[in-house]
Design a protein around this ligand. Structure first.
Ligand SMILES: Nc1ncnc2c1ncn2[C@@H]1O[C@H](COP(=O)(O)OP(=O)(O)OP(=O)(O)O)[C@@H](O)[C@H]1O
Ligand SMILES: [Mg+2]
Length: 366
């Protein structure tokens, strides 16, 4: 656009005084603009209809249709409403700035014109316009890209999910029906296939969930969070008979949000607290709430391995983990799902942690 050979922008000047037109025309063509000029509001509307300019300089005081009226009409038409309009007014005109902005003008220039001022105001508007266009096209690109990606991951996850279930099912069947014919190490290999298959199914489930969270419609209701926390902790206790974890749950803590999504948040945070206290002598997980700046802050606190907060800036990005798979199994999708859900509730999540001194995750919802 700023190439020497191409004009910097296409400008339409509307003024019923030919001398004014000529002056502005000369000024702006000298500054490499493409300039069209008309002598009345009616002509302006016709010209704009044939080919919309990038910017209009519009005189206010004109016979028949005045500048305000022309502006109003252009702003009411889908095709022309985006064109920025700078009003031109004489110093001694009764010029109503507020009205000019109200009808949709973006700026004004008073006569007699000063070359520098006109050029600067025109350039400002065109720069804004270009930025706006760039943002729009980038946005459009992003939307398309995102749609592609979402369709792709959805498809892959669904296909993979079905296939992995088939592999898991058959390997389990073989292991059960033919185990008496196996050499001892074959049994071990099948166990390995089974464990990894199960993990893969979990990863796919988590990925699917992560992509769904973005699109799902939020249904608000008020519910007892303590009860959900208790349910989840009971389930974790039942599934892990070999572990004893002390749960301290503040009773009757209420919250408002999407019940299903908040359940996913709590599941992830509690599963983490549970997992990362597996090597702790007297594991303890606490759920509670407090008020800060008028907000209900909820927290889940554990006394597990913790982590170094200085290494944790990517904690909420998918697949980022602070522990190796050998130390603790996991894929690193949990907290990114949690963060997305909380963002969708216009809330926030943060943490407090130290190596070997546990971690606390705090969040609030709007
Ligand atoms: N309570 C916690 N204590 C210590 N480290 C934690 C805790 N919660 C999360 N982390 C760290 O943050 C990382 C990201 O957590 P996230 O829940 O996203 O993944 P994950 O637990 O590894 O895997 P999964 O996707 O199965 O949940 C973890 O890998 C772990 O290093
Ligand atoms: Mg996790």
């Amino acid at each position: 656009m700023n190439n020497l050979n191409t004009p910097k922008g296409d400008i339409l000047i509307v003024d019923d005084v030919p001398e004014n037109l000529q002056l502005l025309f000369t000024m702006l063509t000298e500054h490499d603009y493409d300039v069209r000029r008309v002598l009345s509001g009616k002509q302006a509307l016709q010209v704009v209809d044939v080919e919309a300019p990038d910017l209009i300089l519009l005189d206010i005081k004109m016979p028949e249709l005045d500048g305000y009226q022309v502006c109003k009409i252009l702003k009411s038409q889908e095709k022309t409403k985006h064109i920025p309009i700078i009003f031109l007014s004489a110093l001694n005109d009764t010029f109503d700035k507020v009205h000019a902005f109200n009808v949709g003008g973006v700026d004004y220039i008073t006569k007699p014109f000063q070359i520098e001022e006109v050029v600067i105001r025109v350039e400002n508007q065109l720069r804004l316009l270009n930025m706006q266009r760039e943002i729009e096209s980038k946005n459009q690109e992003l939307i398309l890209l995102n749609q592609d990606l979402e369709a792709f991951s959805h498809r892959v996850s669904h296909d993979l999910k079905n296939k992995i279930h088939i592999i898991n099912g058959f390997s389990q069947l073989i292991a059960q029906e033919f185990s008496h014919q196996f050499e001892p190490n074959v049994k071990e290999y099948f166990q390995y296939i089974h464990d990894e298959g199960k993990r893969m199914a979990e990863v796919i489930r988590d990925l699917l969930r992560l992509s769904q969270v973005q699109n799902i419609d939020i249904e608000y209701s008020t519910f007892n969070i303590s009860e959900i926390v208790t349910e989840i902790s009971d389930k974790l206790t039942a599934e892990n008979k070999n572990r004893t974890v002390d749960f301290i749950i503040s009773p009757n803590v209420y919250g408002r949000g999407d019940l299903n999504l908040i359940r996913i948040v709590l599941e992830n945070l509690l599963e983490n607290a549970y997992k990362y206290t597996a090597k702790t002598l007297k594991p303890r997980i606490e759920f509670g709430t407090y008020q800060q700046e008028g907000k209900d802050i909820y927290f889940i606190k554990d006394n597990g391995v913790g982590f170094n907060p200085r290494e944790a800036e990517k904690l909420f990005t998918p697949f980022h983990r602070l522990h190796t798979d050998r130390e603790f199994k996991g894929t690193g999708i949990g907290l990114s799902t949690v963060k997305r859900i909380i963002q969708r509730h216009h809330g926030d999540i943060w943490y407090d942690a130290q190596v070997n001194q546990g971690a606390t995750f705090y969040f609030y919802l709007y």
